[in-house]
Design a binder for this molecule. Structure first.
Ligand SMILES: CC(C)(COP(=O)(O)OP(=O)(O)OC[C@H]1O[C@@H](n2cnc3c(N)ncnc32)[C@H](O)[C@@H]1OP(=O)(O)O)[C@@H](O)C(=O)NCCC(=O)NCCS
Length: 169
């Protein structure tokens, strides 16, 4: 089990070049994207998130090196819910940064934004992400059959969630 320290801070425009690089890694494309993104499309993607009121944070490691981003989106205060997303730089995966960042972001969601529920969707092919979410405390709430197409095959998509009452911090 890897335990790592991370700090979450506001995602700045200066982080955009790195985000563009992370997006275009082959695993990222097959797990979250469809096709490579241009730098311009990356900027537009971030601007749209800001306009929607998403909470977008950069993940720094103990050496203050930026290793990924994490966000809460679809924030709906009337229902007390939001969905969460994360992307770690290809060379920084498997070191425990995602787990540490998820725990901090969930803490922000439940303790500062007063959410009642945080949820997400992930492709059944993404074993690493499903393992990460289950370890963080998310449970599978639903399964959408043959919902995502990748590399010649359809994969199920899982809906996963965690409630504030289940969160141990
Ligand atoms: C998914 C992703 C965020 C995980 O980041 P990471 O930094 O590698 O994850 P961590 O090192 O913090 O691992 C956390 C836990 O995930 C699980 N995990 C990691 N790799 C795994 C694998 N290959 N299979 C199953 N579970 C795995 C483990 O439970 C691990 O905890 P442990 O190290 O204590 O055993 C990262 O791989 C990534 O950015 N992928 C591309 C984008 C993406 O898929 N985002 C999610 C979209 S839903």
């Amino acid at each position: 089990m890897s335990i790592s320290y991370v700090n979450l801070r506001a995602f700045e425009s200066e982080d955009m070049k790195e985000l563009h690089r992370w997006f275009n890694d082959a695993d990222s494309i097959s797990m979250i994207g469809r096709v490579p993104r241009t730098y311009e499309e990356t900027v537009q993607h971030v601007e749209k998130k800001r306009k929607n009121g998403d909470l977008v944070l950069a993940i720094d490691n103990e050496e203050l090196h930026t290793v990924g981003w994490i966000f809460l989106q679809n924030i709906e205060h009337e229902h007390g819910r939001a969905s969460i997303g994360i992307l770690i730089a290809p060379e920084s995966r498997g070191k425990g940064y995602a787990g540490a960042a998820m725990r901090k972001m969930i803490d922000i969601g439940f303790k500062q934004l007063r959410l009642n529920k945080i949820y997400l969707t992930t492709r059944g092919i993404n074993e690493q992400a499903i393992g990460l979410y289950q370890k963080t405390g998310f449970v599978i709430e639903g399964q959408l059959r043959s919902h995502a197409y990748s590399d010649g095959r359809y994969y199920d998509t899982y809906i996963m969630g965690i409630l504030a009452s289940e969160w141990k911090g």
